[in-house]
Design a protein around this ligand. Structure first.
Ligand SMILES: [Zn+2]
Length: 356
């Protein structure tokens, strides 16, 4: 496949590394090897007010521990010029407008949202309601109304339709997002996030960091891209795809990985971080994912099965995966779905036995 690359959507390094943070890099490595394309590990360092260097080093050492290979490491913070110039282009094209509106925000600045998008008494991720007052869940202070001029991105339904995603069943949820946001406007400038800004008619607009994150597909030049995020980020995928459709230069397929829970319960971190080869760790992550679910538990059965295999058998298993056949004439969506359907420990172990 020409000019194809696979990349994680930029991952934020955390101090505590949950094995779930390894899902996207493992998928990137394995699918990239099967498709024989460029592999990119992208990291989100845009939130520069936290010093991320310690967390970054820790995260990268985990990447080594899992033997995750990539051709290029992208730190999104190095591409803010591209992001901001694309925002200016969107203004010029009429997709982003300067408008007056009412915004609700708190003193700490974590909450800053358009009043129109808030439903009274419905709690959000960052706020909750007390006595009909909206309270920031970080600083516990009331979010007050301000009338101010901001940048708003219009969701034009002509540019939202086509989305290529694995697993397929998520299309329904994306359709719901489409119905919810179609023809609406999204606040994309924030008073309190001062790191990245543009000036228009002598007025400064600070751009929402999440908005910049969603424009990651504009950083890499490859015409065909596979981008990996978690299925908790469907809204971000929806906007990312919208922006790409507007520019119309690239063909993008998204992979929204299942969310794995219950790791603490299994003492999983100890189990998969303490012993065994890199390959074992990679295979635990890979085989624990069941692509017809949105959320599932880490699977103890799979871990026990893999525990029984020696390093040589793990190697045979992994090689078998890297040689999954696919029809190059098919769409990326079909190819990726076929590959996922063939990653099945019970079936793959039968091949192992046959080869003995
Ligand atoms: Zn606050």
């Amino acid at each position: 496949m020409e000019n194809l690359m696979i990349s994680t959507m930029p991952i934020k390094p955390y101090n505590k590394i949950n094995p779930g943070l390894m899902i996207a890099p493992v998928i990137c490595d394995v699918i990239g090897d099967i498709l024989k394309c460029k592999k990119v590990l992208a990291l989100n360092l845009l939130h520069s007010y936290d010093d991320k260097s310690v967390d970054l080093d820790k995260y990268l050492s985990k990447i080594v521990e899992f033997d995750i290979n990539y051709n290029e490491l992208i730190k999104d913070i190095n591409y803010t010029d591209i992001y901001l110039s694309k925002i200016e282009q969107l203004i010029y094209m009429g997709f982003i407008e300067i408008k007056k509106g009412i915004v609700l925000r708190c003193d700490c600045g974590k909450v800053e949202i358009e009043k129109k998008s808030v439903i009274n008494n419905k709690n959000g991720n960052l706020y909750h309601w007390e006595n009909n007052k909206m309270i920031c869940s970080c600083c516990n202070r009331e979010c007050k109304e301000y009338e101010q001029t901001n940048l708003y991105m219009k969701i034009d339904s002509n540019f939202v339709n086509d989305i290529s995603i694995s697993p397929l069943f998520l299309k329904k949820e994306l359709c719901n997002l489409l119905n919810r946001f179609s023809e609406r406007e999204i606040l994309i400038s924030k008073n309190r996030q001062k790191d990245y800004f543009i000036n228009i008619n002598n007025q400064r607009f600070n751009i929402d960091i999440d908005m910049l994150w969603m424009m990651f597909n504009q950083v890499e030049e490859s015409k065909n891209q596979i981008l990996i995020a978690s299925n908790h980020q469907l809204y971000q995928i929806f906007i990312s795809n919208y922006i790409n459709n507007i520019f119309g230069e690239k063909s993008i397929h998204y992979i929204a990985t299942p969310y794995l829970t219950n790791g603490e319960h299994l003492d999983l971190i100890k189990k998969i971080y303490s012993k065994h080869s890199c390959l074992y760790k990679k295979l635990v992550v890979l085989y624990s994912l069941k692509w017809k679910y949105k959320t599932l538990n880490w699977n103890n059965g799979i871990i026990e099965l893999l525990n029984k295999l020696d390093d040589e058998s793990l190697g045979v298993l992994y090689n078998h995966l890297l040689n999954i056949n696919f029809d190059e004439q098919n769409s990326i969506q079909n190819i990726v779905n076929k590959i996922f359907s063939e990653i099945n420990l019970n079936n793959n172990i039968k091949v192992l036995k046959r080869n003995k």
